[in-house]
Ligand binder design. Sequence first.
Ligand code: SF4
Ligand code: SF4
Length: 82
Amino acid sequence: MKGKITINTDLCKGCGFCVDTCPFGVISIGERFNKSGFFPAVALHIEKCTGCAMCARMCPEIAIEVYRSGRTKAAGKAKRKR
Ligand code: SF4
Ligand code: SF4
C-alpha cells in the first residue's frame, strides 16, 4: 500500500521519535530550524511510505498526518486521543 505523510514543522520539537519508529527510513531530522528553534522532521524518502501510521501514533506533538492511496486520512490529529 502506498502512503503519504505531512509534517507540521511548526509543531515539531525534533524529538526524533518518528525517525526511530518508521520501519522504512522515510523520516529524517532536517537541517533547517523552525520558528521555535527546533530542527523538525522531514519526509526524505516518501516513496517508501506504506501509510502504516506508526509515526503519527508516536508523535507527542501530533504533528504528523498520514494518508493512504485511495483513502482519506489514516491517522493523525483527528483520530489521536490524549
Ligand atoms: S506512515 Fe509508516 S511508513 Fe510512512 S513515514 Fe510513517 S511510519 Fe514510516
Ligand atoms: S515525533 Fe513529532 S515532534 Fe518528534 S520529530 Fe517526529 S514529527 Fe517532530
